[in-house]
Design a protein around this ligand. Structure first.
Ligand SMILES: [Zn+2]
Length: 442
């Protein structure tokens, strides 16, 4: 069937030249806009913006339509977005909705197939093959991380172990019993799992057959990736997706690991300045904004992700001309301000994971002490440090404080804590606990 040597799941699309991609995008965009006329929401949205979907001649013409965001999705009944009859919908997914009403995405059968196809493309690109055993350690359910790649791995022909999230000892048992070679995992959980391996007297390098990890669903640093690769002996590939764009499979790393290729036959990517909503100059950091080109049930036009990243210049050595985005620096929503300084949790993580003696979990706690803001970074240390010489603990604390001050320009209180003592959820890690009262902002 497919040539195993070439490394491309869908060579025709993956090796399309940049100009052909643009041409395909325009053709598909026109189709999407026609389809949107069936949706009560889009009819209003177009009318209010004075946007004529029939007048679109170039990709740039789309810019006269205002971008939409989570609030836009929440502001109307989700059914109003549909461009197909309700009975054509076969599945819904929803974001976690931790802040306000959850956002809902509806999928037709064709939508699920298209998403599966993109996922298979991602997996194949990293070297996953039919002979692999794919342990899917993502939550199944409304969250898209689980089901998205479950079907993708099956489509590819790998054997899937739908282990879901949590239950760490069982995860390790399954890995060993069934010879898992590929895992799909949240990076903070993979880091935590190392503690469980150690507790069980096991070494993942020696005692598993893992060779590939697909890590995604939360922003993480390059240092965290390297740490996982060293400890597990696998190659970790960065994955990008969000439920509004169906889920994982929007962008993925190729074997060269220099940014994640956005599948531009399926999405129009824009990188905008989040304040002015104008495109940033090529290569500069901005907010990722996507338009779906392959979704029929509920297309989204110019959807603001809040994710900040930049586009790599030039061509990738793998031959794909689908543009590459950088690792996500953080969601603009994740950024917090202490003493007037903008800080991303990722900056703190980078410092911590580059420091020897730091364990597998950390937490940032923000408090008001009188009228003064206080930033506390609670850091789990390794067993060796915790049970070792107290002077080493003190010296580690000083080193972390100094390194954090250099990175974030604020001096936090660094508190070193016992391994395993910080709260650990099974899903995405909660890195920042903000206990400050309303600071009189918005
Ligand atoms: Zn590449």
């Amino acid at each position: 069937m497919r040539d195993e040597k070439d490394g491309f799941w869908n060579p025709e699309v993956e090796l399309m030249g940049a100009e052909d991609i643009r041409r395909l995008q325009l053709e598909r965009l026109k189709g999407v806009l026609q389809r949107c006329k069936n949706s009560p929401f889009y009819r209003r949205w177009f009318r209010d913006a004075g946007f004529d979907p029939d007048a679109v001649r170039t990709l740039e013409d789309l810019r006269s339509l205002p971008p939409m965001d989570k609030d836009t999705l929440r502001s109307v009944e989700p059914w109003e977005f549909l461009t197909v009859p309700r009975e054509d919908i076969v599945r819904m997914h929803s974001s976690s909705g931790t802040t306000g009403r959850a956002t809902v995405i509806f999928h037709t059968w064709k939508d699920i197939q298209a998403w599966t196809e993109l996922g298979a493309r991602c997996l194949y690109m990293t070297g996953v093959r039919r002979s692999d055993v794919f342990q899917n350690m993502m939550g199944y359910g409304l969250f898209t991380g689980g089901l998205g790649f479950h079907y993708a791995a099956e489509r590819l022909g790998a054997m899937v172990i739908p282990s879901g999230s949590g239950n760490s000892k069982r995860q390790i048992y399954l890995m060993r019993e069934f010879g898992t070679t590929v895992i799909h995992v949240i990076p903070s959980y993979a880091l935590y799992l190392l503690d469980v391996f150690r507790e069980m007297g096991l070494d993942p390098r020696r005692d598993t057959r893992l060779r590939i990890a697909l890590v995604g669903a939360e922003p993480h640093t390059e240092s965290l990736r390297r740490r996982l690769e060293e400890a597990y002996g696998f190659k970790a590939y960065n994955s990008y997706g969000l439920s509004e764009m169906s889920g994982p499979g929007v962008a993925f790393e190729c074997p060269f690991q220099e940014g994640m290729h956005v599948w531009e036959d399926a999405f129009i990517l824009e990188v905008l300045d989040p304040r002015t909503l104008e495109p940033v100059p090529e290569g500069e950091e901005g907010e990722l904004v996507f338009t779906t080109l392959h979704r029929e049930g509920m297309p989204l036009l110019r959807y603001r992700t809040r994710d900040l990243a930049f586009v790599y210049p030039g061509r990738c050595r793998c031959g794909r001309e689908h543009r590459r985005i950088s690792r996500i620096k953080g969601r603009s929503d994740d950024m917090f301000i202490v003493k007037g300084v903008n800080i991303f949790p990722m900056q703190v993580e980078k410092v911590l994971l580059e420091t020897v003696g730091v364990g597998t979990n950390y937490q940032i706690v923000l408090d008001m002490v009188g009228s003064r803001e206080e930033m506390r970074v609670r850091v789990e240390v390794t067993d060796e440090i915790w049970h070792g010489d107290v002077r080493e603990l003190q010296s580690l604390q000083k080193r972390i404080t100094a390194a954090l001050r250099d990175e974030i320009l604020v001096t936090p209180i660094v508190e070193l804590v016992e391994p395993g003592s910080l709260p650990k959820g099974e899903g995405k890690a909660v890195r920042v606990v903000d206990r400050r009262v309303d600071l009189g902002g918005e």
